[in-house]
Design a binder for this molecule. Structure first.
Ligand code: PHE
Length: 343
């Protein structure tokens, strides 16, 4: 062992002792600077090499680099140890309190329209109805033509339609009734089906008008269907929705795809003598309905001589508003958490 090696050993021992004694990150950094820094001890060892006799230079370089590696490893190890120590003492001291509540987790919930839709789907499924879906961007044919509303029919004016640009006549469906025709094309009579979904109207919005809202279409096709069947089905529906028997009445209503067509009113389920919901009349206008027009059955590929049916268009948005006492339809799709968090 040369004096050179001895010097190196002594240097390494001193450095390792300093590193091992560093009790915090600052002390460790200071040691690192002193031994491994730009103008540190190891750097000056390396700087001396060119002034050594050429024969010694290789060994001196090796020795210096070996020390550098050892010191670096010791520093890394010490740094890791200091870190676990810090966490440990945090845990034992005031830095960590195992009795603190965890960070708040925000829970999502189902939108009231989804809740009511699912409830009604369960109710209808239990009565043997199919649950159907239809496109929101619909062909003019299904939204109007097949529903006995030809191009020049005045009923189109009242539908405030969003038309799509393009070669094919597409619209944002203005009601869920197009699913009636799609259902007839696909299902063999007799059948019952409901189709919940979004519909769109190009209207100026206010507390009771929204460009996008929800309906649930109902369609029953069977032999010898009468208005009596329609009323019976609607009473079952209302009993399911309001949890009690509700008196209903029919007023005539015009829709090209039903004949006869009706507006069905229900006795206000919230009062006996008149309230703000029923505008003191004890009746609330609930849903349009009627017997399916023969032209619509025919469009759906069903022989009106053999089959008949009834249809209804439940305003889901309106029903949700009634149920929860919501006074402005625009809340429903606002996405406002202050509104949504209440459900
Ligand atoms: N589709 C009609 C509308 O939204 C409602 C309706 C449905 C009427 C079914 C009668 C039968 O305007």
């Amino acid at each position: 062992m040369s004096t050179h090696d001895l010097n190196h050993e002594a240097l390494a021992a001193e450095a390792l002792a300093r590193i091992g004694a560093a009790n915090n990150a600052e002390a460790l950094h200071a040691a690192e600077r002193e031994f491994l820094g730009k103008s540190g001890v190891v750097a000056s060892l390396l700087a001396q090499i060119p002034s050594l006799p050429p024969a010694d230079r290789g060994a001196a370089g090796k020795a210096a680099n070996q020390i550098k590696g050892r010191l670096q490893a010791a520093i890394d190890e010490r740094a890791a140890w200091l870190e676990t120590q810090a966490i440990e003492s945090d845990r034992q001291g005031l830095g960590f309190d195992p009795t603190l509540p965890p960070p708040r987790i925000d829970m999502g919930g189902l939108h009231p329209i989804t809740q009511v839709t699912r409830e009604l789907e369960d109710l209808f499924a239990s009565m043997g109805y199919h649950i159907l879906d239809g496109p929101e961007v619909e062909r003019d044919y299904y939204n109007f033509e097949a529903l006995n509303i030809p191009a020049d029919h005045p009923a189109r004016d009242s539908q405030d339609t969003f038309y799509c640009k393009g070669d094919h006549p597409l619209v944002l469906r203005t009601h869920t009734s197009p699913v009636q025709v799609r259902a007839m094309e696909r299902l063999k009579p007799p059948f019952r089906a409901v189709a919940p979904g979004k519909v769109f109207r190009q209207e100026s919005t206010d507390a009771s008008h929204e460009h996008t809202f929800h309906q649930m279409e109902g369609l029953v096709v069977a032999k010898d269907v009468s208005v009596g069947h329609l009323i019976g089905a609607m009473k079952t529906l209302l009993a399911g929705i309001f949890g009690k028997q509700v008196e209903v009445r029919l007023r005539p209503g015009y829709f090209p795809f039903v004949e006869p067509g009706f507006e069905l009113d229900a006795r206000c389920p919230f009062c006996q003598t008149g309230c703000s919901v029923c505008k003191r009349s004890t009746w609330i206008e609930l849903l349009p309905c009627g017997l399916v027009h023969p032209a619509v059955l025919r469009a759906g590929g069903i022989d009106p001589e053999e089959w008949s049916g009834f249809a209804f268009g439940l305003g889901l948005s309106r029903l949700v508003m009634l149920r929860y006492g919501i006074d402005d339809v625009r809340h429903l799709l606002s996405g406002d958490l202050r509104f949504l968090e209440q459900f």
